[in-house]
Design a binder for this molecule. Sequence first.
Ligand SMILES: [Ca+2]
Length: 310
Amino acid sequence: MRVIRSVFLCVAASLSFLKAGNVDIAWQSSGPHLQSNGSAMTSRFIFEVGGFVDGFVPTSENTAQWAGKWRSLGGANFQPANLRFQGASTLTTNQDPFGVSQQVYIWGYGLGGSSAEWVLIRNTSWAWPDTTVPFTPSAPFYTVTAAEAGYTTVVGHVNQSGIVIKSTAVSNSPTPSVSYTAWVVENFFISEQSDPAIVGQVADPDGDGQTNIYEYAFGTNPKQTSMASVPQLDIMNVNSQSFAQITMNFSPRAQVTMQLHQSSDLQTFTALSPAPITVLNTQGTLILRDSAAIHTGSPRKFYRMQFTSP
Ligand SMILES: [Ca+2]
């Protein structure tokens, strides 16, 4: 159906400009970004462009309700090397909260010390365009830079003491989550989204050995080769015994469950039994420890992660 619809829109556009249907939107920042403790934001910091449904007005007092009312149009990881986030998203509907002239927000969130780090930004010049009217002369461009004014932050700060964006610690409030399907829309062109060899959960279009479901789970770019998210395997000494321990840094956006499997020959895998001990599970960091000790003469053991996404 997607293909048929695309063809129809293409033909319609060539005949007249009565119905555009989609508006491409670019959004980004530029300049120094800090967390509340003064340290630089990392690549695990995520920014989303979107809005709040049902007329919800976010305040610093109702942060626990934000994720439930938030609808994201797209997300992008912060790029520490370039001091910016950069997103490109397509607006296909004017349904709430993307109604014509409704407020556009950029919500950044990441992992701080013991709490999450958030910043929510709006600008008086940011409003959703009408998707039925061709946008001229170019795509709307929502930017956060030191050169512009009109920003208001609900939490966090913009353009303060030479820092373009600075987050604030927020506790006891969930962050947004993104379904696998929505993640595909964010990361792949419309022409790619119907090809399971490109967007399937076990596809690996960038050839880095990490399947799409893995890239989704760990928040990496499925089109950019990277080993940044490879889990860490350590041998821990507990009560004079040695145990294998695995540290994983999940994307706080991913909706996945993960099961550890074991194998002695890399051929046959079974669920790790007895179940591993959860050492830590907070803010996207999961540390699991094998409850079976390693001892002299232990057979080789390999671990494999299996992800399931709704
Ligand atoms: Ca990959």
